[in-house]
Design a binder for this molecule. Sequence first.
Ligand SMILES: Nc1ncnc2c1ncn2[C@@H]1O[C@H](COP(=O)(O)OP(=O)(O)O)[C@@H](O)[C@H]1O
Ligand SMILES: [Mg+2]
Length: 245
Amino acid sequence: MLELKNVHAGYGKLKILRGIDMTVERGSIVALLGGNGTGKSTLLKTVSGLLPLMEGSMTFDGVDIGALKPHERMRLGLVQVTQSKEAYPAMTVEENLVLGAYTRNDRVGTLADLEKVYDFFPVLRERRKQLSGTLSGGEVQMLVIGRGLMANPKMLMLDEPSAALAPKVVLEIFANINKIAKSGVTILVVEQNVRMALILAQYGYIIRDGIIMMEGEAKKLISDPAVKESFLGGSVANTSKKLNA
Ligand SMILES: Nc1ncnc2c1ncn2[C@@H]1O[C@H](COP(=O)(O)OP(=O)(O)O)[C@@H](O)[C@H]1O
Ligand SMILES: [Mg+2]
């Protein structure tokens, strides 16, 4: 679905990503992991077109997207939910969701997708008339994911969906991401919560200083001594059980 070859990108003249190769298979969940400031958000922004490609190539669903504008990539079904969980606080939940559909002009499909979002996140249906400024942190995270879904993505890129949320809420969000993936949306998820992300995903990439340090099947990464030592602690089996409950 997504293929990056030798991707270089950054800010102005400052190069952050230095030759990223990455593949996201259609229908899979892929985790992009790594410490703070290693280039994870930079990579997502480069794929969604918020940052220009300096060198290399990117194809999405067979289309060369390297020179396309962000809204053109969105229309192809490539949608990013950014790290800053911004909803418009003075607008209702439903108004915020409908904003996510701004690149579309199929009203019937948009309304059907609104119902789909409410089925994924019933709490948003309950609160649809409420101002989004009144939502909890977990509900705002659901709202921004829901807003991404309103663009009718083939692939959804999520930047740290678990950040700043209580463990119980994190589990709920990850279970929802799992359901969204099962509905046919390919997922690329950036996480600092490495254990949860590797339980959720089929494949993982670990980035450091703008370079992919390690990649592999999530099952293998999670039992890799180097990964364990750097990132993991606690019980994997227990979390896995809860995620699939
Ligand atoms: N707008 C920006 N201008 C200049 N440098 C930036 C900007 N945003 C991020 N950076 C730098 O790029 C590097 C990677 O940042 P980022 O991709 O946000 O890391 P991560 O998401 O992995 O925490 C960091 O060194 C950061 O300071
Ligand atoms: Mg980031």
